[in-house]
Design a protein around this ligand. Structure first.
Ligand code: 13P
Ligand code: SF4
Length: 314
């Protein structure tokens, strides 16, 4: 069937394939609305990790980016994990290649670093880490780190800096960043706030210090949903990837959500998250590929720090 298949037919095809394959569809909050609407579960990286680890279906179709599908395979290795587009990467993952981290750790072996890796990284980086965190539990994970060891936080310098502000714990930060969130600037946010003076500003911790300073709340995508529901504000400006607005509008229909602009664009889109389409989701359920296949030794090493995180943040 061609890529011009009407959306209702595509939805029907996907649901039929899902039943046939005994599959579950997991989707990140940044996925396009049509994918979110079909998914069995939509959430942030933390919620998705729990869902993936508990999944009983034979097949997990993971609509997000590569490291998220890889995490699903690591925590639930007997399942077939497929993803709509295997090239859906992440600039944070790219900013910290496993071999560079390995070299850094061996050059600094005398420091005896406790390595905390943001989940936005490769299995290789996870395997070199002591504990994984997400934006939803980073504060808790850093607070639980041994006090007698220096922390190396990889790969996101902005999330790391925000966690230092929250916990008062000093850490050495890998200099990676999310190419989407660093596009919000003090000026682009100040401008939209001027246009909506009564609105609250919600920002993701991957944003820079200048933007976090202007925010009413800094939190993970899932916590944005809870915050928006409980907020008394009618208007909320959201400084994160634009797909989040679909989820927020569904969960809190009484609120007015405004996309925070960047200096160049009216909203911010992650080109990796947007590589997934309904057609590609249909195809991966039909063909059972691209499939996430992992070397067992690497998988087992990468699993330990993820399980530590899941245990600590229960
Ligand atoms: P969350 O875990 O908050 O959903 O963030 C994931 C992500 O990739 C943010 O850019
Ligand atoms: Fe990675 Fe940024 Fe895209 Fe999230 S929004 S997947 S951190 S590039």
């Amino acid at each position: 069937m061609s890529s011009t298949t009407p959306i209702t037919d595509l939805r029907e095809e996907i649901l039929a394939l899902k039943r046939e394959r005994n599959a579950i569809i997991l989707a990140h909050n940044y996925q396009q609305g049509a994918i979110q609407d079909l998914a069995d579960y939509v959430g942030d990286s933390l919620g998705l990790s729990y869902k993936a680890s508990e999944a009983e279906a034979d097949v997990i179709a993971f609509c997000g980016v590569h490291f998220m599908a890889e995490t699903a395979k690591i925590v639930n290795p007997t399942k077939t994990v497929v993803l709509p587009d295997k090239d859906a990467g992440c600039s944070l993952e790219e900013s910290c290649p496993g071999d560079k981290l390995e070299a850094f750790l061996s050059e600094n072996a005398d420091k005896n670093y406790y390595v905390i890796a943001y989940i936005n990284c490769s299995a290789h980086v996870k395997a070199l880490s002591d504990c994984i965190c997400t934006s939803g539990n980073a504060v808790k994970i850093v607070e639980a780190a041994p006090e007698d060891r220096p922390i190396l936080f990889v790969p996101d310098q902005n999330l790391g800096a925000w966690v230092m502000e929250q916990t008062g714990r000093k850490m050495d930060l890998w200099q990676g960043s999310c190419y989407v969130h660093v596009e919000f600037t003090r000026d682009s946010i100040a401008k939209i706030r001027e246009e909506h003076p009564d609105a609250e500003l919600i920002a993701h911790p991957e944003c820079t210090y200048a933007v976090r300073m202007l925010a009413d709340v800094v939190c993970s995508t899932e916590k944005m949903v809870h915050y928006a529901k409980a907020s008394k504000a009618e208007n909320l400006i959201v400084a994160t990837e634009a797909g989040m607005l679909h989820r927020l509008r569904k969960e809190a229909p009484d609120k007015n959500f405004i996309e925070a602009p960047t200096d160049h664009c009216a909203c911010a889109e992650c080109r990796f998250m947007k590589m997934n389409t309904l057609e590609k989701l249909r195809d991966c359920l039909r063909d059972l590929e691209p499939e996430l296949v992992m070397d067992e030794e690497l998988r087992a090493r990468a699993e330990k720090p993820i399980l530590r995180m899941l245990e600590l943040s229960r």
